[in-house]
Design a binder for this molecule. Structure first.
Ligand SMILES: Cc1cc2nc3c(=O)[nH]c(=O)nc-3n(C[C@H](O)[C@H](O)[C@H](O)COP(=O)(O)OP(=O)(O)OC[C@H]3O[C@@H](n4cnc5c(N)ncnc54)[C@H](O)[C@@H]3O)c2cc1C
Length: 385
């Protein structure tokens, strides 16, 4: 099967599956701040969330290009990949740096849907984007690490069996480079003992299950260390290009959704005896938003094809994320404006998607830090922080 046939098949299959979850489903979940369990289950059962797992472990062995199409289509159908995307973007850390034993133990179960790898604990309340300063420690004693500290914005932890955790294993003042001394642990949340982990949900702008975590001597077997001790930051960085590309694709999906909703509404809504879409003041912003989504989409596919060819793609992945997040945010604003007052009404879904797509201005990396990356690493300008 050539790439475009595969792409069409993936798009059609996700659209068909998503069509069985109408807008009311997402609206209800949003209102209740509830996890879209049934939708995630349906995606899991159909094998879509194990797209990146190699066939030998029970997955479908697809590339980032295909994985990104899956997430794009979820968002383009009116849903929100935020409920389940981490399984795709954190998978690479386990795939590339996990031991044969770890892969054998976890990947087939993740592929079959028995285990969920949906949670990723990096951000901390006092250090934020300055990741290497994070304060959570993992101290080894015998066959276990004992984790102490705090994380914030750890998403989907209540709907995951496994969590990838970044913690400091060598104090900052004892390492040559600040990026040294961090390690990645695969925490099996089913094995956590009472009192070792406190989860405090954070109510937020949209329906996104995210939490504060407090670790009190959380016991993690040394066997769950991914790769080498003290080299974890590199492993996390490795996964970031995948994350940027996948998030870009979600934004592209949102962007198309907003543009389609806005243009359809503008053709139907008659005010002053003419469809509002006849006015260039309405047309042009929608047309411009569409142009920007299309342009961002090119960068997303460029980044994805470099990634799949194992070529450097840091520049393209970051640019794709920035362009796509900006394009979806522009399209979201245009959609609200086009709908006038109805843009604010929950039953039109615009305001929900507007809130959802705003996240990508800030997470998983904020626009400013992408610009810093481009300035420093692409244009050779001085480091600003
Ligand atoms: C809903 C939600 C879900 C999330 N899920 C996860 C998750 O699952 N796992 C996880 O680990 N994290 C998660 N995050 C955290 C997210 O990755 C961070 O919010 C993000 O990286 C920014 O960090 P911060 O919020 O601490 O902002 P800060 O680092 O405090 O930055 C605040 C603002 O200052 C700007 N800024 C900071 N430094 C500079 C500089 N040098 N130059 C210019 N501007 C600067 C930033 O761009 C930002 O706009 C989530 C966040 C949200 C809101």
């Amino acid at each position: 099967m050539n790439h475009s046939e595969l792409e069409s098949q993936i798009r059609a299959a996700i659209r068909e599956l998503s069509a069985t979850f109408p807008p009311e489903y997402w609206r209800k979940a949003d209102e209740a701040r509830g996890y879209p369990e049934e939708y995630v289950q349906a995606l899991t059962e159909a094998g879509w969330l194990s797209a990146l797992i190699p066939e030998e472990y029970g997955g479908s062995g697809l590339g980032i290009t295909e994985a990104s199409i899956i997430l794009e289509e979820i968002n383009r159908s009116g849903g929100n990949s935020g409920a389940c995307h981490a399984q795709m973007y954190i998978m690479g850390t386990l795939l590339r740096h996990g031991s044969a034993v770890q892969k054998e133990k976890y990947l087939p179960q993740i592929a079959s849907g028995k285990l969920r790898l949906q949670s990723f604990g990096v951000t901390e309340p006092n250090t934020g984007s300055d990741t290497t300063k994070l304060k959570t420690t993992a101290v080894r004693k015998g066959d276990f690490y004992y984790v102490n500290g705090q994380k914030v914005w750890t998403s989907r932890v209540q709907h995951s069996d496994l969590m990838l955790l970044l913690a400091r294993t060598t104090p900052l003042d004892q390492v040559k480079k600040k990026t040294d001394g961090l390690s990645v642990l695969l925490v099996d949340l089913r094995e956590v003992n009472d009192g070792e982990l406190t989860i405090r949900p954070i109510r937020n702008l949209m329906n996104h299950e995210t939490n504060e975590l407090f670790f009190d001597n959380l016991k993690v077997p040394v066997a769950n260390l991914i790769g080498e001790e003290n080299k974890g930051f590199k492993y996390i960085l490795d996964g970031m290009n995948a994350e940027r590309i996948l998030i870009a694709a979600e934004c592209i999906g949102d962007g198309y959704w907003f543009v389609e909703k806005a243009s359809a509404y503008s053709k139907d809504r008659v005010i002053f005896d003419r469809p509002i879409g006849k006015n260039q003041g309405i047309q042009f912003p929608i047309a411009r938003a569409y142009v920007n989504v299309e342009a961002a989409n090119l960068m997303r596919f460029r980044a994805a094809s470099l990634f799949d060819a194992s070529k450097p793609c840091g520049k393209e992945a970051n640019m794709a994320k920035l362009l796509a997040a900006d394009a979806s945010w522009e399209a979201a604003n245009v959609a609200i404006q086009t709908h006038g007052g109805f843009g604010f009404a929950a039953e039109f879904d615009i305001e929900r998607k507007f809130r959802e797509t705003k996240l990508y201005q800030v997470a998983p990396i904020s626009t400013n830090l992408i610009l810093s990356y481009i300035a420093e690493h692409v244009l050779g300008m001085p480091r600003s922080y």
